[in-house]
Write a new protein. Structure first.
Length: 357
């Protein structure tokens, strides 16, 4: 019989530019979040993107106070932990090394097992901390600055890859378009705010951009049925911005361009999700990643999967990179008997464990 004893897990996340620690307690089917600390690195806004060397140095100064605060907020100590879960892939190698090295040192010092966690699997578990009913089987869309994946989740640990971006990730497209529009980094929430007050472009409007890789005649089995591509959309926005600048109407048309871009990207993602849910007969859809915070995306998916489907999206604090999701995924992996050995190290790129196509 599988071990279903409740366990307490410390999660550590340092894959990019958030230094985060969290404590989760329970079992893979019944867990609660006891604490969560996220230290964001605002310095990267000055450069319009994450600078790896700066991120690594910031993690070095932030990881100890983050862990101490998470333990204090959970009213627990290192001796009370059953395991330490840490992100080991994918991400910035230097940043990941800070987390994995610190986790192994803690584990060795206190004789606590360390559990390696894949960052993207963590995003799948994030919603579970807020919505206990967000359990497999379900359709999952992971959308962030570095990844756009469409998965059919048969069970925890079994993930069928249906589609992914062939170039820019959704979050990356948001950031690049935001830069074209003169908006701050990261760009997602700024584009959403700018687009919110703009009128939706009509069929003949110059800012109604084509929906990439969204053929009406597409059918299951076609190469483009689930995959996405946003590089062409980004180029279309670039031309629209140049035309507006040359016409002296850039400031007046920024909102319209932002709305046209967001509508195109969201329509594409929502339709891909609806296709996956329909083909695989899933009544639950789970969102994960920073772009999951986008309310327009949530509304579009809800509209397409209604009335039979239910969408589960995490709160912004659990959607962006955080250690709570790492602790949750680590709790599952710990109960499955997984432990890291001393050779554990950072991996810039690595498939999700249990993924197949």
């Amino acid at each position: 019989m599988a071990d279903i004893t409740p366990r307490r897990v410390l999660g550590i996340e340092t894959s990019c530019d958030e230094t985060s620690a969290a404590v989760v307690y329970g079992t893979p089917t019944d867990m609660r979040l006891e604490s969560l600390v996220i230290l964001s690195q605002d310095v990267h806004r000055l450069f319009g993107g994450v600078v790896p060397e700066i991120a690594s140095r910031q993690h070095l100064t932030g990881i100890v106070p983050a862990v101490r605060t998470a333990l204090a907020d959970a009213n627990t100590t290192l001796r009370d932990l059953d395991a330490i879960a840490v992100t080991h892939a994918p991400g910035l190698v230097g940043a990941l090394l800070v987390g994995t090295s610190y986790a192994k040192a803690l584990g060795c010092t206190h004789n606590t097992p360390v559990v390696p966690v894949h960052h993207l699997e963590g995003h799948l578990f994030a919603t579970l901390l807020e919505h206990p009913e967000a359990t497999p089987p379900f359709t999952a869309l992971l959308v962030s600055g570095g990844h756009t994946l469409l998965l059919d989740v048969e069970a925890w640990g079994r993930y069928r890859l249906l589609g992914q971006t062939r170039d820019d990730a959704a979050g990356e497209a948001f950031d690049k378009v935001a830069k074209l529009l003169g908006l701050p980094y990261p760009g997602g929430r700024h584009i959403e705010a700018l687009a919110r007050d703009a009128v939706a472009p009509s069929q003949t409007h110059p800012h109604r951009f084509a929906r990439p890789m969204l053929r009406k005649s597409a059918k299951p089995g076609d190469d483009d049925y689930y995959d996405c591509s946003f590089s062409g959309l980004k180029t279309a926005v670039l031309y629209a911005v140049r035309a507006a600048e040359q016409g002296g109407v850039f400031n007046e048309q920024r909102g319209s361009i932002a709305r046209g871009f967001q509508d195109s990207l969201i329509d594409t993602l929502a339709e891909k999700v609806a296709r996956a849910a329909r083909v695989h007969r899933r009544t639950r859809v789970v969102l994960g990643g920073g772009v999951a915070c986008n309310e327009a995306l949530q509304h579009a998916i809800r509209d397409r999967i209604a009335p039979r489907g239910t969408l589960f999206a995490p709160m912004p604090r659990l959607a962006t990179d955080n250690a709570a999701m790492i602790a949750a995924a680590g709790l599952f992996r710990y109960h499955a008997g997984e432990r890291a050995d001393p050779t554990l190290t950072a991996q810039a790129s690595l498939p999700i464990p249990g993924i197949f196509s």
